[in-house]
Ligand binder design. Structure first.
Ligand SMILES: Cc1cc2nc3c(=O)[nH]c(=O)nc-3n(C[C@H](O)[C@H](O)[C@H](O)COP(=O)(O)OP(=O)(O)OC[C@H]3O[C@@H](n4cnc5c(N)ncnc54)[C@H](O)[C@@H]3O)c2cc1C
Length: 300
């Protein structure tokens, strides 16, 4: 029991980059900190083979996760496995009944999930040609034709990786132009086997044992055509995982929690950082900065 009557000074939900960093920052400031994760340690970067824009020695997502986890554990964070499905407020304390943990500050570092296309064939062929991890599955499609859906950083980063393995990579973008970082777009242009198509909607993924083709609708011509491909990699954005937060906490249109400069939400003692919060910058460095800001605010 701590001086405030809780089991911990702060509780962090989610052990992605944001949560791991927050737990380390809090514990290093002498705050008894619980870190609870549903077992998907590392979150979105777990499958990233080569990180972009990250300072330090970590080259891959798993390298960085190991470094961050070690830092949090050495600092004394109380790491617990298990999905948090219940959150209660009692006066100034937040309770996680399943974890038998309570504290005056709770940080939502629950991140985001990759969006699905929602077209016929996607669920049926998941793991058999439909993949959201180029680093895990790209090698399976060596010298084959594949398609990436999406125009943001993640789509371009994964397409760059696939370009090293595959005969051709088509990047299908629904909008009129890529939204990815300029350097990603320039690097993609340098690959003669990558073709970027804009104004394209995916209508269906076709196949039985594996992916045989993809049905694309060309917005300019209005035509719909099946293109033979061996795999499709959808990276069309993220859905913040914030269902657990009380409904009174303000959210943006995507469901991400609205925060101020200290990362506190509209509810006292409830913080949100990284991909779970509105206006997240999108990169690992942004998640780290959020974690530091929240830890500073809670410790002060
Ligand atoms: C394909 C891809 C590649 C990327 N590559 C790069 C890159 O090279 N460089 C870069 O700077 N950025 C990159 N990014 C962006 C970067 O991954 C994110 O900005 C960052 O990882 C967000 O971290 P997070 O901790 O906020 O969320 P997440 O990584 O989503 O972590 C959230 C964690 O919370 C857990 N969780 C969720 N709900 C619960 C619950 N109820 N109970 C317990 N645990 C829960 C999840 O399982 C997960 O472990 C990439 C993103 C994608 C999608």
């Amino acid at each position: 029991m701590t001086a405030n009557g809780g089991t911990h000074g702060a509780i962090v939900i989610g052990a992605g980059v944001a949560g791991l960093t927050a737990a380390a920052e809090l514990a290093e400031r002498g705050i008894a900190t619980a870190l609870v994760d549903d077992g998907f340690l590392g979150g979105l970067i777990t499958n990233v083979g080569k990180l972009e824009g990250v300072e330090g020695e970590a080259e891959s997502g798993p390298d960085l996760v190991n470094t961050l986890l070690e830092r949090a554990l050495v600092a004394g964070a109380d790491y617990r496995m298990g999905a948090v499905t219940a959150l209660q407020q009692d006066g100034a304390l937040w309770h996680l009944p399943e974890q038998e943990a309570a504290g005056p500050a709770i940080i939502f570092a629950t991140g985001a999930a990759l969006k699905q296309l929602g077209v016929p064939g996607e669920t049926e062929l998941a793991g058999r040609g439909v993949s959201q991890c180029a680093f895990c599955d790209g090698g399976l499609y060596r010298d084959k034709d594949v398609l990436v859906v999406g125009g943001g950083d993640a789509a371009f980063q994964e397409a760059l990786h696939l370009a090293e393995h595959c005969a051709s990579v088509t990047v299908a973008i629904r909008g009129p132009a890529p939204r990815a970082r300029v350097d990603f777009v320039e690097r993609i242009r340098a690959h003669s086997n990558v073709h970027v198509r804009t104004g394209i909607d995916v209508r269906a993924i076709i196949g039985t044992e594996g992916v045989d083709a993809i049905r694309l609708h060309d917005q300019a011509s209005g035509s719909e055509k099946d293109h033979p491909i061996a795999a499709v990699f959808p990276f069309i954005g993220l859905t913040p995982q914030t269902a657990l937060a009380p409904p009174e906490a303000k959210r943006n249109a995507d469901g991400a929690l609205t925060v101020g400069a200290t990362m506190q939400t509209t509810l006292p003692g409830l913080y949100a950082i990284g991909a779970a919060r509105a206006d997240h910058g999108g990169a690992i460095a942004d998640a780290v900065a959020d974690a530091v800001a929240a830890a500073q605010a809670i410790a002060s």
